[in-house]
Design a protein around this ligand. Structure first.
Ligand code: GLY
Length: 309
């Protein structure tokens, strides 16, 4: 029996390290994944997830999150939820409902409150200052207001051969109120089938939700591809298609793991990610698009780990 966990961005390192210890001791993939994402959500240093996430154009932090159990295909998701400390926990709770599994806005916030989840003002002083500065910049330049859309996404395999996938994000900085990205959308932001494997995405939601790349990667793994082959095939073909159709493709980085704990990644931007398996302790890698439809992956150096999020 094998366990494994893969997560987007260096910001997941602490959460993955905690979850890896849990998985090694036999904790189930649902708990380990929720704990890993909560660690990121709770850290105000990370400006694209949870507490300290950057707000929408009105200075309000609206958060998206999703949870999927690959044994039973139970999915729960929230979008534009406010003042809830751990959106991933709200998503996971919703995943056990028979109906009403994806709630948005006030409905999502009210559900979390009723479920007893901790509520706090998610806008930190630092995030407010960055927002105010951006408002000023917008008055004096034609700079695009939109920035920062780095979702924490996790795929987890436990010793009982169960798999989960989850995401959490504050979405695009300066987004319109009510804007929803790919992160809470099944197939685009995440997908997992314990009989095959799982995938999650980070990048520009407006482009990611055109491709359903998480579903596609899992489907390709199910057809017999290795995780790396599936990620390369799905991501770079879609990147090229977007360039053909629209003239450009937004940032997109996908991670995946199969039911054997083997993993893969593909990206069209420089992309740090974190892996821990039975064979390797928590490790930060950096991926870049290689020649043709391939991905270059290197272990991050200590300096790179300190520098990047
Ligand atoms: N990928 C996160 C977002 O665009 O909202």
């Amino acid at each position: 029996m094998k366990w494994g966990i893969i997560a987007t961005w260096r910001m997941a390192l602490e959460g993955v390290s905690q979850a890896a210890k849990e998985l090694e001791q036999g904790v189930n993939a649902g708990d380990a994944l929720e704990h890993a994402i909560r660690v990121v959500e709770d850290n105000p240093r990370y400006r694209s997830v949870g507490y300290g996430g950057l707000p929408n154009e009105h200075g309000i932090v609206e958060l998206d999150a999703a949870f999927m159990d690959g044994d039973h295909f139970d999915i729960g998701a929230v979008a534009a939820i406010q003042d809830v400390k751990n959106p991933i926990s709200a998503a996971r709770k919703l995943s056990s409902n028979q109906f009403n599994r994806f709630l948005v806005g006030q409905g999502a916030t009210a559900f979390a409150q009723k479920a007893g989840l901790e509520r706090i003002n998610m806008l930190t002083d630092e995030a407010r200052t960055i927002w105010q500065k951006r408002l000023e910049e917008m008055k004096n330049s034609d700079l695009s207001p939109y920035d920062g859309h780095d979702t924490v996404g996790v795929v987890c395999l436990d010793l009982m051969e169960s798999m989960t996938a989850g995401t959490s994000s504050s979405g695009l900085f300066m987004k319109k109120s009510g804007r929803v990205g790919d992160s809470p959308l099944s197939g685009s932001g995440f997908y997992v089938d314990s009989e095959i494997g799982g995938a999650t995405a980070t990048g520009l939601g407006e482009d990611l939700l055109k491709g359903c790349l998480c579903y596609e990667i899992v489907r390709l793994m199910g057809e017999g591809m290795t995780p790396q082959e599936a990620a390369d095939r799905a991501v770079y073909r879609f990147h090229d298609k977007l360039v053909r159709k629209k003239g450009k493709a937004g940032a997109m980085s996908l991670i995946c793991m199969n039911k054997h704990g083997e993993w893969g990644v593909a990206t069209n931007v420089e992309f740090p990610f974190v892996v821990a398996t039975e064979e390797e302790g928590p490790t930060v890698y950096i991926a870049n698009k290689g020649a043709g439809h391939s991905t270059m992956i290197e272990r991050a150096t200590r300096e790179q780990i300190e520098k990047c999020e």
